[in-house]
Design a binder for this molecule. Structure first.
Ligand SMILES: Nc1ncnc2c1ncn2[C@@H]1O[C@H](COP(=O)(O)OP(=O)(O)OP(=O)(O)O)[C@@H](O)[C@H]1O
Ligand SMILES: [Mg+2]
Length: 333
């Protein structure tokens, strides 16, 4: 892996929340990197910090009480954490596009879909309105919207969920970004449409050399679409590495539990039609009330006294494969 091929390197990124007199980190020392054309799956239970991490990359934090006290976000040689507000604003869309879980709430209900895509093109490419409209229709065609010249004049409420998500993708691609951050882009969609959207993202990766951070709850999606994976728990990355290695031989007990909770895994283990899926016993910790030491220890079968006492570091366990669990490191060094 040559360093010149790295597009994004997130180093020790923390996001801090202030609530009254309380100050705590909701993302802590997250580090990961992404090569050009790579698809990274960011997974973890609800509340683990996936969305906050994604938004922090663009310094679009979801609350005025949040800040980035430490860390670097190196994108193509530039440090997003060190930029002025005007400079980072110019990077949004132009370098990094973002799509959200619920496209309905991020599309303007009173502006036609074509105008929304065109607006972004005018803003970033400085072309005329008429030219931008033509380019918008072309983008809508590229993301698989049928009869785009006609549909471009339609509004979000006239689009199905899958078509709205395609429109969001077109808007995110309007300025030809190198990185697309897709925060649970398929969660609200039915399975067939989910598969179509995933195929579209991979197609865009192949055609444009786009790098993608794909946030998902679904390890099946990671298995299907991603090259690498980063697993978050309690605001920290607990394991990261090539998809195949992580899914086949996880080093962190949390990753192993997540894999055991996937439908395919349980069906294979228990025979088809076996009813309820297993889930990880206990609740994930809440931000602001983290257990000491390893954040997973209260739910971990392998936990020892030291897991309660000190925070395990992410260490390399296999080529490009890191995990933060000293207990499994002794069993499988
Ligand atoms: N403005 C805020 N102030 C305090 N805490 C916040 C704020 N915004 C988010 N959080 C907390 O940060 C944590 C991480 O939230 P985040 O939305 O990143 O989780 P997530 O992994 O994306 O979850 P989901 O899978 O449900 O989307 C949560 O515990 C959330 O309550
Ligand atoms: Mg989220």
């Amino acid at each position: 892996m040559s360093p010149g091929n790295t597009l994004l390197r997130v180093e020790d990124l923390s996001v801090r929340a202030r609530l009254g007199s309380r100050v705590f980190n909701i993302v802590e020392q997250a580090s990961f990197s992404l090569r050009r054309g790579e698809v990274l799956g960011l997974v973890g239970e609800s509340g683990s910090g996936k969305s906050v991490t994604c938004r922090a990359i663009l310094r679009l934090l979801p609350g005025a009480n949040l800040s980035i006290p430490e860390g670097r976000i190196l994108f193509d040689g530039r440090d997003f954490t060190a930029m002025s507000e005007a400079d980072i604003r110019a990077e949004r869309g132009a370098s990094v596009g973002m799509i959200f879980q619920n496209p309905a709430s991020h599309l303007d209900p009173v502006m036609s879909i074509g105008d929304q895509v065109a607006e972004s093109i005018v803003l970033h490419r400085g072309v005329s309105r008429a030219e931008a409209w033509g380019q918008a229709i072309d983008l809508l065609r590229q993301v698989g919207i049928p009869d785009p010249a006609r549909r471009a004049r339609g509004y979000a409420h006239e689009f199905s969920g899958g078509m709205r998500q395609r429109a969001m993708i077109a808007a995110a691609l309007a300025c030809d970004p190198q990185l697309l951050i897709a925060d649970e882009p398929t969660t609200a969609l039915d399975v067939t449409v989910q598969a179509q959207i995933l195929r579209l993202l991979l197609d865009l990766r192949d055609k444009r050399g786009l790098s993608i951070i794909l946030v998902t709850h679904d390890l099946g999606v990671v298995a299907q679409a991603c090259d690498s994976i980063a697993v978050m728990y309690g605001g920290r990355i607990v394991e990261t590495g090539p998809k195949r290695d992580v899914l086949k031989a996880p080093f962190h007990p949390y990753t192993a539990r997540l894999i055991a909770c996937q439908p395919n895994h349980s069906l294979a283990a228990q025979g088809a039609g076996s009813g309820l899926l297993p889930s990880i016993p206990g609740q994930p910790p809440s931000a602001g009330d983290m257990p000491p030491g390893c954040r997973f220890h209260p739910r971990c079968d392998l936990a020892q006294a030291r897991c309660r006492e000190s925070m395990p570091e992410l260490v390399t366990r296999a080529p490009h494969h890191l995990a933060a669990c000293p207990v499994t490191a002794e069993v499988q060094p």
